[in-house]
Design a binder for this molecule. Sequence first.
Ligand code: GTP
Ligand code: MG
Length: 464
Amino acid sequence: MKIRDNDTIAAIATPIGEGAIAVIRVSGPQVFSITDKVFRGKRPIADAHGYSVHHGKIVDTEGSLVDEVLVTVFRGPRSYTGEDAVEISCHGGLLVTNKILSTVLRAGARQADPGEYTKRAFLNGKKDLSQAEAVADLIAARSQKAHAASINQLEGKLAEKMGSARAELIDLCSLLELDLDFSEDGIPLISAEEILRRLTTCQNDIRLLMDSYEVGKIYREGVKVALVGKPNAGKSSLFNALLRENRAIVTSFAGTTRDFLEEAISISGVLFSLTDTAGLRDVQSVVESEGVARSVQILRKSDIIVLVVDGTLSTDKDESMQLLRSVNGTRHVLIVYNKSDLLENGVKGPVTHTMDGVAVTELFASAKTGNGLDILMEKLTESAVGDQIGEDCGIRITSQRHFEAIARTCHSLSAAVSSVLSKTSNEFIALDVRGAINALSEITGEVTTDDILDNIFGKFCIGK
Ligand SMILES: Nc1nc2c(ncn2[C@@H]2O[C@H](COP(=O)(O)OP(=O)(O)OP(=O)(O)O)[C@@H](O)[C@H]2O)c(=O)[nH]1
Ligand SMILES: [Mg+2]
């Protein structure tokens, strides 16, 4: 994806389908002359002020009326892309929207690539790279936490934090490099203690950010939860009860669910992707065995496993645990003794313990009456994000790309600290500090490559 000079781009910015209105965005140096070729209003768009709206008609090259529209005018740099731009608000029909776009393209604009508007905003200095990425995250956000994290990033909080860490390191680096040139009579401009103090302060800050990724990733991507267990334990009933809709088929026949079903829910603002699976069992038929094989695959990929046990059957738990043990790599297991409504006594509160190095929480619930589901949901969030659920999103790393850059920063800082401790010359310490600065700069985009940009913006939708 290359931006060509004097290139004016256009794209439909609203979702495909029927709606009250749709918006076609056009941006670039020729935008006003192109718009004036297709727009008939009271006065030419070329004469319009920024932030003004104009009523008129779009006509095609044969002069036929395409639609009645409103054109909003933006004059660079006060626009999303930083360039001259217009937004044509038309009636939200599939055909009419496409007709307007093709009329604009025929008048001289080029179809925008995915994310090209935001890429231009970045290249024109309207946003740093972390803010540009936050735009895509905000659009994709499906939970409160994901929304809050992307808003924080969009507001530039991560960029600010990176900026101040970077400024500190640049300052230190300059002192180290100056020291090489100007230290007289062996008296250093900066003492080893001072270098160490500055490096470790920065390192501590960066480590905190690194640690924030574990939960940040969950806020952004959600948590995978598999409901597994023996046939008839009530997995599908529990799935429906958590979703509050009759999504999965429930019958008294053991082996009802043959394939998995996946649905998203938000609990305490965190996105959970719940999967109902076929009961784990020895099977005869090919269809059934395929269902069980899929359950095992899902089990392996899940962050949390909810092992559903029929609480009325004393043998169910041991058999279920045996099945679970045959699948390694689990991080959290919640054992739910379902059908607690049928138990006269023995309904106990949740208990947590460790089994073969895995945190296991056992609790009673009834998919039928809803009893215990609040505790199950509480334990799900606890397993996912620990005690951080009440905390606001603050400054958190939520993307893999940022995490990798932060990890490289941390690595360079550790190398610098070791160099100071082993009394290496400032020249080498400065090299490591430079490495840390460069890694930090990748997050906000001061240092970047075409590949990084193509990778980031290629994932955006067209028109954004
Ligand atoms: N009393 C009572 N019955 C329940 C409860 N949960 C499920 N059942 C019943 O148990 C039977 C099996 O429920 P399902 O939800 O289909 O069980 P499943 O684990 O999905 O079963 P498979 O898909 O066959 O593996 C049905 O008759 C449900 O009505 C519960 O909490 N209380
Ligand atoms: Mg089922």
